[in-house]
Design a binder for this molecule. Structure first.
Ligand code: AMP
Length: 281
């Protein structure tokens, strides 16, 4: 596995691979790697000649300074995981490399960022677009892999790559969960024992909501999820929305041909967790 910290070195290597006609798969991450990340790497390995993984905790997508400060970082452990999972190239830039000057670009996501994560984390998706457009430009991947765990992020990246004519296939990958259903997340390691235990209520609640959809209305399910999460001592519901998977707009009934998702954000002590579930097949 080759490790690069400089954009110019990475670009030289990428050009050489492209000249040889190799396909490049790309998995952008913020490190603290787990099986959610490695599932993306495995898929990239299957579908491409070369897999490039980036690890960079992108400051512009954090609206909360404490969240950025506390974000888990363990470079040595991450490198070992990447090596074990047959990553070919890891890109580990620092802040001055990625942001040599302030990036004041403003992206227009045509409303996709007005709901859920975008509403509760102002500027978050602007920061995501800043870093992802830069990374796509340096890596020039044929295929890029994103987890459906961050459904709104995937939707927005898919949207702006099309809007900006970026020649990359943006590929969604399923959510990987712990044995008890908790969606894997780098932030899970910040949970203490009790917080980790009650965190399972989030996915349990989502799965039960899907069952309830056979007999209850959208409004009834939203009320039930809200009451159930808030009844758990230590959990605080930030939002639960039932949306169509294309425009991410709240739906009022399940009678639609579009994919329907229930998306949730919950504060568990000082740790913010997100998850989602699909309501239809
Ligand atoms: P992050 O390091 O949190 O920025 O995540 C990097 C990529 O891994 C993103 O595309 C995430 O959606 C994806 N990812 C994170 N957790 C999971 C998971 N539990 N299952 C599948 N993909 C995930």
């Amino acid at each position: 596995m080759l490790t690069y910290r400089k954009i110019s070195d990475l670009q030289t290597l990428v050009s050489a691979y492209k000249l040889k006609g190799k396909t490049i798969g790309f998995v952008p991450t913020m490190g603290a790697l787990h099986e959610g990340h490695t599932s993306l790497i495995k898929r990239s390995n299957i579908e491409n000649d070369i897999t490039i993984v980036s690890i960079y905790v992108n400051p512009t997508q954090f609206n909360d300074k404490n969240d950025l400060k506390n974000y888990p970082r363990d470079e040595q452990k991450d490198l070992a995981i990447l090596e074990n999972n047959h990553c070919d190239i890891v890109f580990l830039p620092n802040d001055t490399e990625m942001y040599p000057t302030e990036d004041n670009r403003v992206f227009d996501f045509e409303g996709l960022e007005d709901v859920m994560e975008g509403e509760h984390r102002p500027g978050h998706f602007q920061g995501v677009a800043k870093i992802v457009t830069k990374l796509f430009d340096f890596v020039k991947p044929h295929n890029a892999y994103f987890g459906e765990k961050d459904l709104q992020q995937y939707t927005i990246i898919k949207f702006f790559t099309k809007q900006l004519n970026i020649p990359v296939n943006v590929i969604p990958c399923p959510i990987i969960r712990e044995h008890d259903g908790l969606a894997m997340s780098s932030r899970n390691q910040l949970l203490n024992e009790k917080q980790r235990q009650i965190a399972t209520s989030i996915s349990k609640c989502l799965f039960h909501a899907v069952d309830l959809a056979k007999s209850k209305t959208v409004e009834e399910i939203k009320k039930w999820v809200s009451a159930t999460i808030n009844s758990v001592d230590g959990l605080d519901l930030e939002y639960f929305e039932i949306v169509d998977g294309e425009r991410l707009l709240p739906i009022s009934d399940f009678n639609t041909r579009k994919p329907v998702y229930g998306c949730i954000a919950v504060q568990n002590g000082s740790v913010r967790l997100i998850d989602n579930v699909k309501f239809n097949s």
